[in-house]
Write a protein of this length. Sequence first.
Length: 324
Amino acid sequence: MNTTQRALAVAVGAALLQALMLIAFAWPAANIAPRDLPIAVTGPQADLVVSQLAAHSPDAFDISRPADEAAARAAIEDREVYGAIVTGDGPPRVLIASAASVAVAQQLTQLGQQLSGAPAARVDDVVATDSDDPHGNAFGAMVLPLALSGIAAGVLLSLLIPTVRGKALGLVTFGAVGGLLSMEIIQGWMSIVPGAYLELAAVAGLVSFAVSGAVVGLSAAIGRAGIAIAALTMLLIGNPFSAATSAPELLPQPWGAIGQLLPPGAAASLLRSVAFFDGAGAGKPLVVLLIWVAAALVLLGTGALRSRRPDEIPTPAPIPVTTG
């Protein structure tokens, strides 16, 4: 392939990558809508509200029926539902949790207005976002830098560090230092998330290790092609379907669910749980991240075995043969 052909091939490849990135980032944002979104409905007129919701949006909500308002609030705080509609005294009231998803909170507020027939429905934010980030914009913006820095660290460790032991040490160091430093900026300086600093730093470090470990592990196991596979997976699938600025149930399915099985989506869910909900709902995203960490270590081990040369394997010394 001459220089002209190579230039054309690179340009076409870059254009295709650009098209994929536009689809990956713009398509989910253009198709935001509730899909089996967990909410609660309680109170004397609960049956009427449930029937109205089923008739108007049959596949939009996964509705539970707690006994009373206190139980509905508990379900919100435990991350079992995103919000609740409470009927009884006067028009329906809406309970939301903007910390779980500002986008869902806005949709439930609009729904309350439709049900009550009033310009402004009565809304109670049970678990609110941080006062320094009332719209959740800064929180949603955290995930992309965590993913990009993890990809960058993984690429550098893959290309510059020759030994598997060195790569593993680099991953651990990046996770620890990156987690502490990122939360010092996010919580200490910008003050946009509440919660215990060390717990949040541990989550950020786990995310950093998981993303960079995927790049390093695949590179060690299958070569440089692994760098591209891991990086593109995190960038084109993991980040746009992380639901960091919305909710998994608002994204086209099954992509919303798939996004939660990748480190960026698990990171957003785990950070929300630790920062705002005292750890409620943290189990699944934590397990997802730990599986990615374990997979990275297994791939590194596979790479170590792959890199061993036959002449590095000790051969047994010959057994002397005596003749009588």
